[in-house]
Design a protein around this ligand. Structure first.
Ligand code: AMP
Ligand code: MG
Length: 421
């Protein structure tokens, strides 16, 4: 077990007291072992789950060559490149109702609807809008291309050629794709179990009257919602006082069954001193000062079989550290092997941005379009306790570690909230 300190000390440039965000990310990922248990579930219940098997089609999709349009199936060799060709219509085919007359003789055509199996002998479909039909006499204009408007057997999925690999998330498209193969159940990794609690003597719960110096605990609600979006099983252990006995009991309980435990508060310099001996007694926990804003202090470690993420208490710092570290860690633990890192897009700073080199900043931004370009400005007050700044924002403005003040018009990186926050 353990060995976390040994693993992270091997990381080049690792400095727990001024940790670059990329080093923190690298350190976390190096210490994680994804869940291995699997279960077989109906595809209707599989949205967002992580596939645990390779999907190799047993059939071609589509199963046969078929028409991509409403029109006439013809033999290309019957057409004339220079002038109209006259063909005789000998029957029809609909989706699900193939032409029953066998091989089409030369000089004939078959009326086909989209999805109809291509009649034997035909190789091309002419759309209905351009032909002239007088009874069974069909006139096709010149200029048709061989094989036009035909969908080929297996052009979507080919029997025997793997289409989904283990580790991909099942999104609506994958579920439809499985259904198109006639697959009703899939093997997925079991859901990750995540326990969480908030710490702080000043925290009141909803329903209680606020006493002097107290704040309502909001972190558990943002955390719960962020975890719900990730599709993990959540165990909410409530609010825990800044008391060694209570904290020990909560950590023991949380780490008993969970794969990961997320706490908020109690990792800032003053408070960490009281948490450190307890964490050391129960497992192996590192206390980091990350070169970022907001979210400087963070604890990371392992207690029993659970990974521990001790996030700061400030509400904005909770969200930033969750998205920058915990999200990816949980996806990795869930068995995801696709490229799940959040994309960074580029936009022009609408106004100058204050920034000092030596830390990565996550300012809350509003991305908007003006004069044909995407621009971004901050939501104003950027304190790590100002949760309103997250609510008003539609993106993070990610200002890189080395960067200093940003002038208006300079490109900056943004991370969109849509579908995330
Ligand atoms: P801490 O990291 O415990 O020193 O807390 C930093 C700041 O975040 C303090 O102002 C706390 O009152 C506030 N805070 C801590 N936990 C929560 C919470 N669960 N909900 C709202 N604010 C909190
Ligand atoms: Mg506290």
């Amino acid at each position: 077990m353990s060995g976390i300190a040994a693993i992270v000390s091997c990381i080049d440039g690792y400095d727990p007291d001024a940790l670059h965000i990329e080093k923190a990310r690298e350190a976390i990922l190096a210490c994680l072992s994804p869940v291995v248990e699997t279960e077989r579930i109906a595809i209707r219940a599989a949205l967002g789950r992580v596939l645990a098997e390779e999907i190799v089609p047993a059939i071609n999709v589509p199963a046969t060559d078929n028409s991509a349009m409403d029109g006439y199936a013809v033999r290309f060799e019957d057409l004339d490149a220079g002038r109209p060709a006259v063909l005789r219509e000998i029957g029809s085919a609909l989706a699900g109702r193939p032409y029953a007359g066998g091989e089409m003789p030369p000089g004939t055509c078959v009326r086909v609807m989209t999805g109809a199996v291509l009649p034997a002998g035909s190789d091309t479909v002419v759309v209905q809008e351009i032909v002239r039909a007088e009874g069974a006499r069909i006139t096709v204009p010149p200029g048709q291309k061989k094989a036009q408007n035909v969908r080929y057997a297996g052009e979507d999925l080919r029997a025997g050629v793997p289409v989904l690999r283990p580790g991909v998330p099942l999104r609506p498209a994958e579920l439809g794709l499985l259904a198109s193969l006639g697959i009703g159940e899939v093997l997925v990794r079991r859901r990750l179990r995540v326990a969480m609690f908030a710490t702080g003597d000043e925290l009141a719960s909803i329903g209680e009257a606020l006493r002097e110096g107290e704040v309502y605990d909001s972190n558990r609600y943002t955390l719960h919602a962020m975890l719900e979006r990730l599709g993990v099983e959540i165990q909410d252990l409530g609010v825990v006082r800044d008391d060694p006995g209570e904290l020990e009991a909560a950590l023991r309980r949380a780490t008993r069954e969970a794969d990961a435990v997320i706490t908020t508060g109690g990792v800032s310099v003053g408070e960490a001193d009281f948490v450190k001996p307890l964490a050391a007694k129960l497992g192996e926990v590192l206390f980091w000062k990350i070169a970022m804003r907001p979210g400087r202090p963070m604890a990371f470690g392992r207690i029993g079989g659970a990974m521990l993420f001790g996030l700061p208490g400030n509400p904005v710092a909770v969200m930033v550290t969750f998205y920058e570290f915990v999200r990816d860690a949980l996806l990795h633990l869930s068995g995801r092997s696709d490229n799940f890192r959040l994309p960074l897009l580029s936009a022009a700073a609408a106004l100058p941005l204050r920034k000092v080199p030596g830390r990565t900043e996550y300012q809350r931004g509003i991305l908007f379009r003006e004069d044909g370009t995407w621009k971004v400005r901050t939501t104003g007050q950027q304190g790590s306790g100002v949760l309103r700044s997250m609510s008003e924002a539609n993106c993070f403005i990610v200002l890189e570690h080395e960067r200093g003040r940003v002038e208006a018009g300079e490109p900056v990186q943004v991370q969109m909230f849509d579908g995330l926050v």
